[in-house]
Design a protein around this ligand. Structure first.
Ligand code: KIV
Length: 278
């Protein structure tokens, strides 16, 4: 059954943890969907893990739509959430509605995500009024790394924690259907989760959130440039894949590949010896 914002709401009410992974292409979307994931986030993290940028700031609307289309084609049951890239919603509510509309209409997502708290409440209200569900994202919001001075844990002081709680309430009031809490203390995430009606999805925010999200390259050890300390490696697929590449190179050079079973045969009786000599 297709997951929806109603599924998220029901899962929070029933204490059934929401599962989400980032996804950027068709074949991975199919694998995750078949495994039973609730939701796929086409995150602007694709700028780092798929495109090789040092951060998410260069990601464009075209990048997001291109990858969202591929994921949407592979997601049968999972709710597809498309991220709004840097500067695609900050300018005005009208700009935010227009770009959210493109992610849904052209990309095929069922919802969008944007970063920020009370400062983007107007955008969240406007997009929601246009009948597009919005997932908010507070805490370590990577589009603000130049303000934070890097990828740093947020909400550790009393004042910062209080501001996070205010931001969480503001995005809920503005109409967000869920909120991502990234890299904040587990105790603060617990307080926010208990004080909101909408589900919280944690990443580096401890066990008390209503759901969890991870960048799939991180949990499969596929991306070595940076590994946040909160990530658990669920499978060392990076090493398995590297070994497979090395075997392919070795067997191709030695002639062990391709073998008989990887080759085609001509019809019986066909002899091309003369042509081969010419
Ligand atoms: O872009 C992304 O992948 C995200 C997740 C880390 C939540 O925003």
């Amino acid at each position: 059954m297709k997951n929806s914002v109603a599924t998220f709401r029901r899962q929070k009410e029933q204490g059934d943890k929401i599962t989400m992974l980032t996804c950027y292409d068709y074949s991975m979307a199919k694998l995750m969907d078949e495994a039973g994931i609730n939701s796929l986030l086409v995150g602007d993290s694709l700028g780092m893990v798929m495109l090789g940028y040092p951060d998410t700031l260069s990601v464009t609307m075209e990048d997001m739509i291109h990858h969202t289309k591929a994921v949407a084609r592979g997601a049968v049951d999972a709710l597809v959430v498309g991220d709004m890239p840097f500067m695609s919603y900050q300018v005005s509510a009208a700009q935010a509605v227009e770009n959210a509309g493109r992610i849904v209409k052209e990309g095929g997502a069922q919802a969008v995500k944007l970063e920020g708290g009370s400062g983007v409440a107007e955008q969240i209200s406007a997009i929601t009024r246009a009948s597009i569900p919005v997932m908010a994202h507070i805490g370590l919001t990577p589009q603000s790394i130049n303000v934070f001075g890097g990828f740093k844990v947020q909400g550790t002081s009393e004042d910062a924690a209080r501001e996070l709680v205010r931001d969480a309430r503001a995005v809920e009031e503005a109409g967000a259907f869920a909120v991502v809490l990234e890299a904040i203390p587990a105790s603060v995430a617990k307080l926010i989760t208990e004080s909101l009606h909408i589900p919280t999805i944690g990443i580096g925010a401890g066990r008390y959130c209503d759901g969890q999200v991870l960048v799939y390259q991180d949990m499969l050890n596929l991306f070595g440039d940076m590994k946040p300390s909160f990530v658990k490696t669920f499978a060392d697929a990076g090493s398995v894949i590297k070994e497979a590449f090395a075997s392919y190179i070795g067997e191709t050079k030695s002639g062990a590949f391709p073998a008989e079973e990887h080759s085609f045969a001509a019809d019986p009786g066909v002899g091309l010896a003369t042509e081969a000599r010419d």
